[in-house]
Design a protein around this ligand. Sequence first.
Ligand SMILES: Cc1cc2nc3c(=O)[nH]c(=O)nc-3n(C[C@H](O)[C@H](O)[C@H](O)COP(=O)(O)O)c2cc1C
Length: 184
Amino acid sequence: MAFGANPEMARLVTREVRKVLTKPMIVKLSPNVTNIVEIAKIVEEEGADGIALINTLLGMAVDIRKRKPVLGNIMGGLSGPAVKPVALRMIYQVSQAVSIPILGMGGISSTEDAIEFIMVGASAVSLGTGMFANPRLPVEIKEGLEKYCVENNIDNISEIIGAAHPDGGAAYRSRLGGYDEFKS
Ligand SMILES: Cc1cc2nc3c(=O)[nH]c(=O)nc-3n(C[C@H](O)[C@H](O)[C@H](O)COP(=O)(O)O)c2cc1C
């Protein structure tokens, strides 16, 4: 069931899980909504320790020979490079409205992509579809980020969280309060 598409359902699910979960809670949000900021603020209010953004976009494909949808379930999740601009936009919007870290994902397939995600407000990134094409992607991105930091005199990657915000990310990093990594 798509709890994430309805703000009040997202509130109730987050509230009930928070009551019983003693571990850190990262709530993953669906991009298939009108107002992602509203839902992000609700799950924060209800005690989320972090937000994961984005899940897949609902899509479909048609087999023109059979004149039928390709997927047995008619619709399915679209992921990979095509969704990256949507993910960046949502992380940019949400990070300016919340005070908890964001785990960014959606079409990351290079170090440069990962840096873009961090600059719009992600504290960490996650890889899905990109690993089907390149199983070494996590290692390559980890090494790429280290190289980028050295070349740009960055001591800690957290320095560039939200760097693409109008204020360079200062307000969001201050709200994170040095708490720029996920609780472990
Ligand atoms: C094969 C596949 C299976 C997935 N299964 C899940 C899942 O069980 N739960 C979930 O929240 N997201 C699932 N996702 C969504 C991914 O975690 C991720 O949010 C999305 O694919 C965007 O990232 P990406 O473009 O790097 O794959 C799945 C994605 C793929 C491609």
